[in-house]
Design a binder for this molecule. Structure first.
Ligand SMILES: NC(=O)c1ccc[n+]([C@@H]2O[C@H](COP(=O)([O-])OP(=O)(O)OC[C@H]3O[C@@H](n4cnc5c(N)ncnc54)[C@H](O)[C@@H]3O)[C@@H](O)[C@H]2O)c1
Ligand SMILES: [Zn+2]
Length: 346
């Protein structure tokens, strides 16, 4: 097991990479813990969860990442007479952790919380960094808080029950971390695709550790996303629009989004074509999609509705080489001409 500490203004968060679910009891011993999880986790792991703690079950999927679910959880916590000494432990993927982190942050103005992160995507991204929240009126993560969990337990053996598509989609965020900040991680991904896809313990723990380390550095420098943290959105402006329009998995959308952002970088003369091709090859070696299934103009129209948009322009994270990203503000005129170039390119 490797431990990574994330220190921010609000908290100290311990990320336990390669820790086992069977050791979870030790982290909540003597605490007034309440477990929040979903029906899939209960289906596979109900016998492995720590005994003697009250349990709240929530539904599966984005449609349950709502204020309605928060209200349900609050209701159960009141029934359980939870108070400021309570500890909310979310066990699940990004959805359960995002919802649980938000519920804990607002219940009685905030109680301590922790996560057992059960998908690859949530281990490398969703449960690290302190962003919690729910969707609202069709907008993803529109309502939420910045607040760090006390700990995040990451057990890669839980990926064995995860749907193959879900598992693969998590690699997009690892490749992203390498692409924006660390070429050596990107190269490691390129060289170890076969073992990683077999959930080889050593390889995957190494990848998770490296990407969480990158995220930790960025979050420590800029917890509230005023500057540096925006780099983590590489591929995400396109991805959020794609997810909204087509409903594809986050990681798959990020994969396509990164390719589009890399192509934009190339059109703007910042990134070599060979590096765009290399990014595409690595993503494909993880079985990730690299082309949108909808016309590019429709995608840009949806991007204009992104909540991170500022006025008549859009902030895009671009690459000037693999391992280094920068943020460029583009106005729509400039964007329109890039769309035309992308159309002939794709
Ligand atoms: N807070 C952040 O910084 C951040 C970052 C990235 C993504 N997110 C959010 O994370 C969410 C996506 O997370 P996700 O990809 O983990 O999806 P998810 O939470 O929906 O989990 C995917 C599916 O797998 C099931 N599952 C989870 N773990 C399992 C396991 N070990 N075995 C079997 N089934 C399992 C779940 O029940 C669900 O059906 C999105 O809502 C996204 O907005 C948040
Ligand atoms: Zn993401």
């Amino acid at each position: 097991m490797k431990i990574l500490n994330i220190k921010t203004e609000s908290n100290l968060s311990k990320i336990l990479i390669g820790e086992k679910l069977s050791n979870l009891s030790g982290y909540i011993a003597g605490r007034n813990a309440i477990i929040l999880t979903d029906s899939n986790i209960l289906k596979y792991y109900s016998n492995d969860l720590p005994k003697g703690f009250p349990l709240i079950e929530m539904g599966i999927g984005e449609k349950n990442k709502t204020l309605g679910t928060i209200e349900m959880i609050m209701g159960k916590m009141v029934e359980l007479e939870a108070d400021r000494t309570s500890f909310l432990l979310s066990i699940g993927g990004g959805i359960v952790c995002d919802v649980g982190g938000f519920a804990a942050s607002v219940y009685m103005r905030g109680i301590p919380f922790g996560f057992v992160s059960t998908t690859l995507l949530s281990q490398v991204d969703a449960s690290v960094g302190g962003k919690n929240g729910v969707n609202f009126k069709g907008y993803k993560n529109m309502i939420g808080t910045f607040n760090q969990p006390e700990f995040v337990l990451c057990d890669n053996s839980m990926f064995s029950t995860l749907d193959e598509e879900q598992f693969r989609s998590g690699f997009a965020e690892i490749i992203k971390a390498g692409a924006i900040k660390k070429a050596t991680l990107f190269n490691f991904c390129r060289e170890n695709a076969v073992q990683a896809l077999q959930n080889d313990e050593e390889i995957i723990t190494n990848m998770i550790y490296q990407s969480v380390n990158i995220k930790a550095e960025v979050v420590e420098a800029d917890e509230r996303e005023k500057g540096e943290r925006r780099l983590l959105n590489f591929g995400h402006t396109f991805a959020h629009a794609l997810e909204k329009m087509t409903g594809i998995l986050h990681g798959k959308a990020v994969s396509i989004g990164m390719v589009l952002a890399a192509k934009v970088s190339n059109i703007l003369g910042m990134l070599l074509k060979d590096e765009v091709i290399e990014l595409i090859r690595v993503l494909e070696s993880y079985g990730l999609p690299v082309q949108p299934e909808i016309p590019i103009e429709k995608l840009f129209a949806a991007m204009k509705q992104d909540k991170k948009r500022v006025g008549d322009s859009i902030h895009l994270v671009l690459l000037d080489r693999i391992g280094h990203a920068i943020i460029r503000k583009l106005d729509y005129k400039e964007l329109q001409s890039i769309i035309n170039d992308l159309r002939s390119d794709i």
